[in-house]
Design a protein around this ligand. Structure first.
Ligand code: BEZ
Length: 213
């Protein structure tokens, strides 16, 4: 069965380009993104892993660890990393799981047989420090993911985990956020001292309730 939001991210032990890991131990108290790609030495995947490496500073600032996975073997990953570093002007600085047995791919339902019986699609899971799944994305092989969007969603997830707010369409820090319907306007006035902008009784904005990093 496929994984749903709020499910516990399944744990596993796996060989990676940075040694063997126990996934939950490796995550520790961090947030995580686990993302699959169809195959090594392919063009779109090369750009995706390069972009992830170049965004390491942004992931670190949000306490997020990235880990990639495909069904290719470790020696193939190792050789491909040299190409990624050379062509994307980066240093691949996160582990890539060698999932030859498809243990991880199957646990996370990353193989979609009507697309390919053998290779993973572009799945991505954001996992919280509580090991629960906070976001799932599934892209086809022909479309590279937007890792700035992944960061944007993580900003929203982290903010909304701390405050009774939600983020509107296309929201980005430091734009105003929405007060969740469960909070009364009287309560919201106390909780959000920066003020409320009430457009409709159910559509109430407030400035970002904390200093952004
Ligand atoms: C790519 O990463 O470029 C790719 C992988 C599989 C199918 C098509 C494109």
């Amino acid at each position: 069965m496929s994984l749903r939001l709020g499910d516990t991210a399944p744990n596993f032990k796996a060989q990676t380009t940075m040694g063997e890991i126990d996934f939950h131990e490796w995550l520790g108290n961090s947030w995580g993104i686990l993302f699959s790609h169809p195959a090594d030495y392919t063009p779109v995947c090369t750009t995706e892993l390069g972009k992830t490496a170049l965004l390491k500073g942004e992931f670190d600032r949000r306490n997020v660890k990235a880990i990639a996975v495909s069904v290719d073997p470790l020696d193939k990953h190792m050789g491909w990393i040299n190409d990624i570093n050379e062509t994307q002007q980066c240093e691949v600085n996160f582990p890539i799981i060698a999932d030859e047995t498809r243990q991880v791919s199957e646990l996370y339902d990353m193989i979609h047989p009507n697309v390919s019986e053998t290779h993973t699609v572009r799945s991505l899971f954001v996992i919280g420090p509580d090991k629960k799944i906070k976001l799932t994305l599934t892209y086809p092989a022909s479309t590279g993911r937007n890792f700035n969007e992944v960061l944007r969603v993580i900003d929203s997830l982290q903010l909304t985990a701390r405050h009774s707010v939600a983020t509107p369409a296309n929201w980005e820090k430091p734009e105003d956020v929405i007060v969740v319907p469960a909070v009364s306007t009287e309560d919201a006035e106390k909780r959000f001292p920066k003020g409320l902008r009430i457009v409709k009784p159910y559509l109430r904005y407030t400035p970002l309730p904390e200093e952004t990093k």
